[in-house]
Design a protein around this ligand. Structure first.
Ligand code: FMN
Length: 325
């Protein structure tokens, strides 16, 4: 189509994508009790790759048993988790589509099984109905950084082309970023430079196992929607400090630190945040959130709001959407 950007190839780090439509990470709630991916996942992701998206990002995948978000989520916290994930990566790549995996730790929003500890930057509950997390010690922090690196190593051994770090939706890395959940007074708290330190250390550890070529992106929540919470400007300031540290892109979502919903969720409601982070950091961004239809996709790309566009829920019900957009 004349002047189309959606179907113009683009680079993400060293990866070449045939188009700019991304399948964003979406939990399928089909993992085994031990967090293994299944044949369901293989079929689900391969089918959407066949449907014409330019990039598949696998759902939130736990780096630690105690950091699983849900009991039926998948994980990558032992070597035994690798083979089923390798089968998925292989099936997606066989369709000619690059595949990344989103690595996560749920922090205070985890559902630890078998008596695992609930970890967070500070002993502040998600809601009054949730468990009280333990403020992480320096050892806990070092273990989480190492677990992200080991998970990245396993992901690359499984054949994934890139890594997305889940620092959005109120999970552990987001909990460190936000002043509402991070009340630490050591080097991992305080101002933006302290609150971003864990994310910076995780990025450095993942980059050191990934080498310079493998794309590493970060998914952020650009707004907490609560007074005193994160704003896109502050998130951009923190991410700007990671430019040059091996960050290839930012996937811009919002919310989830608390149950407070966004004030509105109309078409492209997070694209203003994506634009702000793109402009303030100079990094490529993936825009997401109620982006529907070819005209809206083109407007986001051509209007400089995003370099790539993720379409989530519609791809769950219509796997060929990218072909008919
Ligand atoms: C069923 C479901 C599971 C999701 N799981 C994840 C996830 O694992 N990681 C994540 O960052 N976002 C997750 N999301 C958020 C989506 O990636 C996306 O940002 C959101 O659905 C908004 O995009 P959409 O309006 O195009 O669906 C999930 C969304 C849905 C509907």
């Amino acid at each position: 189509m004349d002047g189309s950007l959606a179907f113009t190839p683009v680079r993400l780090g060293a990866l070449r994508l045939k188009n700019r439509i991304v399948l964003p990470p979406m939990q399928q709630y089909q993992g085994t009790a031990e967090g293994f991916a299944t044949a369901y996942h293989l079929h689900h992701y391969a089918r959407r790759a066949r449907g014409g998206v330019g990039l598949v990002i696998l759902e939130s995948t736990a780096i630690a048993a105690e950091g699983r978000l849900m009991a039926d989520d998948i994980g990558i916290f032992t070597e035994a988790h690798v083979p089923p994930l390798a089968a998925i990566a292989g099936a997606v790549k066989a369709e000619g589509v690059p595949v990344m995996v989103q690595l996560s730790h749920g922090g205070r929003k985890s559902r630890p099984q078998g008596g695992g500890r609930l970890l967070a930057p500070s002993a502040i509950r998600y809601t009054a109905d949730d468990g009280m997390p333990e403020a992480m010690t320096a050892d806990d922090i070092a273990r989480v950084v190492a677990a992200f690196a080991t998970a990245a190593e396993r992901a690359l051994a499984a054949g994934f082309d890139g890594i997305e770090l889940h620092a959005a939706h109120g999970y552990l890395l987001h909990q460190f970023l936000s002043p509402l959940s991070n009340h630490r007074n050591d080097g991992y708290g305080g101002g933006p430079g302290g609150r971003v330190r864990l994310l910076a250390e995780v990025l450095a550890a993942v980059r050191s196992v990934a080498g310079p070529e493998v794309p590493v992106t970060i998914r952020v929540s650009a707004a907490d929607y609560d007074p005193g919470g994160l704003t896109a400007a502050e998130v951009a300031e923190m991410l700007a400090g990671l430019v040059g540290q091996g960050l290839d892109g930012v996937h811009v979502s919002s919310g989830g630190l608390t149950p407070t919903p966004p004030p509105e969720t109309g078409p492209g409601y997070q694209l203003g945040f994506a634009r702000e982070i793109r402009e303030r950091t100079g990094l490529p961004v993936i825009g997401v959130g109620n982006i529907r239809g070819r005209a809206q996709v083109e407007a986001a790309l051509q209007g400089g709001m995003a370099d790539l566009v993720a379409i989530g829920r519609p791809l769950l019900v219509h796997p060929d959407l990218a072909r008919v957009l």
